[in-house]
Design a protein around this ligand. Structure first.
Ligand SMILES: Nc1nc2c(ncn2[C@@H]2O[C@H](COP(=O)(O)OP(=O)(O)OP(=O)(O)O)[C@@H](O)[C@H]2O)c(=O)[nH]1
Ligand SMILES: [K+]
Ligand SMILES: [Mg+2]
Length: 385
């Protein structure tokens, strides 16, 4: 019997042979769905599989922002970890120097980024919220079990941001290869979750409505994809020009959507003209880890891509504590989130908050717990008496 790998290859070959046009759209959609199902099969851990297909490295999940370094061997991942965190990870000119995951704490603008976390209801002064993970190099076929690839990519899946490290003197095709490995593992880079709804039902067949012009998905294609999943009744609403892959992502579920920066390292080895060509890449940041060129630029970019928010606390009658900001994520940065980060019971005692900074209309503005905070706001919580 053909192995899953062989089946995947056969489908990929067939897709490559099939011309893309309106008449073949539904057939291609079907092939894509088959491919997604086979890939899932590969990733599901089996008892005899050993190594646990879906398992990453055992790094304690500390901190709420983890940044993973992913790239081919010897592109300079460990060199970068050493420079950004002061942690030691071995650097050498031979490939696969790093064989496990090595975490380091990112220092930003000279200060370690720290935060309060709650452990067993008492506030716990947690260290290390911005953690950089050095990972072994991956090679093509990593997601299908080559080398430590699967472990690397599983760990990458748990990150909040991925840095794809590329070597400036190696061809840019490497970028595409790494992306393919990550995509095959359900990681979606610099992409929002598809803006479409998919609702299964008991009867009524497949209904497709769209509130925007769609050029990729027609009813036939949608039906072909659904039939592959044995779904015969569903309402699908597209709110943008979704592709077959987007629909499959929604049906499959378990996709992670993650910001990604393409870090082009070793720019000390290329000419200015070559650098200008690279400059056209979206989401890109040129550096020389070895010579420490543009590391601040990279940190700014990581900060921007993580969309972290620093909030300074101001105890009553005292100056704000600018040394230890409370870090909130972009998606959860209300006064309520802030309170929860300081103490579990803080919200029970909450009366209102005073806020200084860009989210405040006055200096200070009196706000409730729904108020959304901005980076570098200063907050004072007023408790009930
Ligand atoms: N010229 C130059 N060389 C660099 C730079 N950064 C790293 N290197 C060199 O590239 C080689 C590989 O560096 P590592 O940091 O070990 O690379 P890695 O990606 O961690 O490699 P693996 O762990 O084997 O996957 C070493 O010889 C480094 O000195 C850089 O910015 N410029
Ligand atoms: K190396
Ligand atoms: Mg290394």
């Amino acid at each position: 019997m053909a192995t899953v790998m062989q089946k995947i290859k056969d489908i990929e070959d067939e897709m490559a042979r099939t011309q893309k046009n309106k008449a073949t759209a539904h057939h291609l959609g079907l092939l894509k769905a088959k491919l997604a199902k086979l890939r899932r099969e590969l990733l599901t851990p089996t008892s005899k599989g050993g190594g646990g297909a879906g398992e990453g490295f055992d790094v304690t999940k500390s901190g709420d922002s983890r940044v993973g370094l992913v790239g081919f061997p010897s592109v300079g991942k460990s060199t970068l970890l050493n420079k950004l965190t002061g942690t030691f990870s071995e650097v050498a000119s031979y490939e696969f120097t790093t064989l496990t995951c090595i975490p380091g704490v990112i220092t930003y603008r000279g200060a370690k980024i720290q935060s309060y976390m709650l452990i067993n209801s008492s506030p716990y002064y947690a260290q290390d919220i911005l953690i950089l993970l050095d990972l072994p190099g991956i090679i093509e076929g990593a997601k299908d079990g080559k080398g430590r690839g699967r472990q690397v990519i599983s760990t990458a899946r748990t990150c909040n941001c991925i840095l794809i490290v590329l070597d400036a003197i190696k061809p840019i095709t490497h970028k595409r290869l790494i992306e393919k490995e990550l995509e095959g593992f359900g990681i979606r880079l610099n992409k929002e979750p598809p803006n479409l709804t998919f609702r299964k039902k008991d009867k009524g067949g497949i209904n497709l409505t769209s509130t925007a012009t769609t050029t990729h998905l027609d009813l036939d294609t949608v039906k072909a994809i659904c039939s592959e999943y044995r779904i015969h009744n569903a309402d699908i609403t597209l709110r943008y020009d979704a592709t077959a892959d987007d629909l499959i992502d929604v049906i499959e579920g378990s996709r992670v959507y993650m910001p990604c920066i393409y870090v082009v390292n070793k720019i000390d080895q290329i000419t200015l003209e070559e650098l200008e060509i690279l400059d056209k890449l979206p989401h890109y940041c040129p550096i020389s880890a070895h010579l420490e060129w543009n590391l601040d630029g990279l940190l700014d970019k990581i900060w921007e891509y993580l969309s972290l928010t620093r909030i300074y606390t101001k105890p009553k009658g005292m100056n704000p504590d600018y040394e230890d900001p409370v870090i909130l994520s972009s998606k959860r940065r209300t006064v309520e989130d802030f309170c929860n980060r300081i103490h579990k019971d803080m919200l029970k005692q909450f009366k209102y908050a005073l806020v200084w900074g860009s989210s405040a209309k006055h200096k200070p503005q009196r706000v409730g717990k729904e108020h959304e905070l901005e980076d570098e706001d200063v907050v004072q919580i007023i408790k009930k008496v």
